[in-house]
Each structure stands twice: as structure tokens, then as C-alpha cells.
Unconditional design. Structure first.
Length: 84
């Protein structure tokens, strides 16, 4: 790996694609945008799958635990009050 004959430099374009240019090549980057026509609408690249934040699941679990805990405490206090 240390004895590579060519050095390549990667250029990251604003649309997220990468172009690799060889240091010694004369026509480096000539085909850089050759596949760009197949991408289609640029809005499709910006489409992000929006999921539910994992922190929301944690918060709901804490709330559910608190509700169950309070319910069990009230039930226990009622049952000990009935015995006395």
C-alpha cells in the first residue's frame, strides 16, 4: 500500500458526488460528470427519510414507567388502608 505508483486526489462536489483525479493523468476528470444525466431531479437527492427521534421513544418509556409506578403506589396505599 505504501508503494503506490500514482497519487489520487478526491474532489467532493456540492451534490455529494466524488471525482478522483490522478496526479499524472492529462485527461483527469474528463469523464467526471458522465453519469450525472442519469440522476434525474435534484430534489430527489435532497429527499430525506424522516423517522421518529429515538429520544422520543426514551421519553415515552420514562412517562409510561412513571404512570405505572404511580398507579402501583396508589393501589398499594389503598390496599393497606383497607386492611387497617
Amino acid at each position: 500500500l505504501t508503494n503506490m505508483s500514482t497519487t489520487e486526489e478526491a474532489t467532493i462536489n456540492p451534490d455529494g458526488s466524488t471525482t478522483f483525479d490522478s496526479a499524472g493523468a492529462d485527461d483527469a476528470g474528463a469523464d467526471a460528470g458522465a453519469g450525472a444525466e442519469d440522476i434525474g431531479d435534484n430534489n430527489a437527492a435532497e429527499e430525506v427519510i424522516k423517522g421518529t427521534d429515538p429520544a422520543l421513544y426514551l421519553a415515552l418509556a420514562v412517562v409510561a414507567f412513571a404512570v405505572i409506578f404511580v398507579f402501583m403506589q396508589i393501589r398499594r396505599r389503598r390496599s393497606t388502608a383497607d386492611v387497617n
